[in-house]
Design a protein around this ligand. Structure first.
Ligand SMILES: NC(=O)c1ccc[n+]([C@@H]2O[C@H](COP(=O)([O-])OP(=O)(O)OC[C@H]3O[C@@H](n4cnc5c(N)ncnc54)[C@H](O)[C@@H]3O)[C@@H](O)[C@H]2O)c1
Length: 262
């Protein structure tokens, strides 16, 4: 395998006949990559969601065009809004005839030194990244409990474990996602639902290149043993493992998707 330019891995039927719901899937990053990967892994139907209505519409069409699956629906949802979260889950339950796999991808970051941080900025990052994951998990768990099955995959970050300047709010939110994953998984184990998280270090995509300074991205890539960030589909692959029966003895775990430890 060429570690600099890995070949796209074909699907292996890991999600055969499952139904999938993914939040924040209309960007250029991990969310859309996970949606595409889920279809390639054999999922029978999928609902993708995002706060951005226009991009969501085109992402639904793009997913249909690129995979040939017709059973694709889009529903706008701001995960910071409880009513919209409940409406999204109800919509997905209805369209999919029950959600087998929920992928909580939504997360928001900014770059700000703590001494300059206003409450509003801190709260917004926590509200989308941590509280949004909690809201989706809480409502979905209630429904999965009635069926006695289901899988939830959260998107954390290595910053939930490590320090980085100007990232206290985002790192705190992602550490919270990891703790939420552990505690919710313990409760959900009682009724047959698994909850795990992936923790990417860096997955470079066009929207990130636009928003993050080039020097910072180069520095972060330099920390990786592979000398590059992950392809977004490489993170999606780990999500598919966590969503599939291959991880049947895993719950409450956060799996790193990174080459920083190598
Ligand atoms: N890309 C990375 O290097 C990296 C590294 C570690 C963790 N992550 C995490 O991965 C997840 C995906 O990030 P990504 O960079 O791959 O981009 P992405 O394309 O997967 O997600 C961005 C999308 O999120 C949507 N969004 C923003 N706020 C929202 C809200 N309140 N409700 C619903 N949707 C919302 C945006 O409209 C955008 O389409 C995030 O949770 C992020 O924190 C990313």
């Amino acid at each position: 395998m060429d570690i600099k330019k890995p070949a796209y891995v074909p699907g292996h039927g890991l999600l055969k006949d499952r139904s999938v719901l993914i939040t924040a899937a209309a960007g250029a990053g991990i969310g859309f990559a996970a949606a595409k990967r889920a279809v390639e892994e054999g999922c029978r139907a999928i609902v993708i969601s995002d706060i951005h209505e226009g991009r969501l519409e085109s992402s639904v069409q793009k997913l249909k065009d690129e995979t040939g699956l017709e059973q694709v629906w889009g529903k706008t949802c701001n995960v910071a809004n409880e009513e919209q979260v409940q409406a999204l889950v109800n919509f997905a339950e209805d369209k999919l005839g029950g959600v087998d796999v929920l992928i909580n991808n939504a997360g928001l970051g900014t770059t700000k030194a703590l001494i300059d941080m206003e409450d509003d900025e801190w709260n917004k990052v926590i509200d989308v990244t941590l509280n949004g994951t909690m809201r989706m998990t809480r409502y979905m768990m209630k429904i999965m409990k009635t069926r006695g099955e289901g899988v939830i995959v959260n998107n954390a970050s290595v910053l939930g474990w490590r320090a980085q300047k100007e990232q206290a709010h985002y790192a705190a939110a992602k550490a919270g996602v990891m703790a939420l994953t552990r505690c919710a998984a313990l409760e959900a184990a009682d009724f047959g639902v698994r909850i795990n998280a992936v923790s990417p270090s860096l997955a470079v995509h066009p929207m990130l290149k636009k928003s993050a300074p080039a020097e910072l991205l180069a520095e972060l890539e330099g920390r990786e043993a592979y000398g590059r960030g992950a392809e977004v589909w490489e993170v999606a692959n780990v999500m598919m493992f966590l969503a599939s029966d291959y991880s049947s003895y895993l719950t409450g775990e956060t799996i790193s998707c990174s080459s920083q430890h190598a």
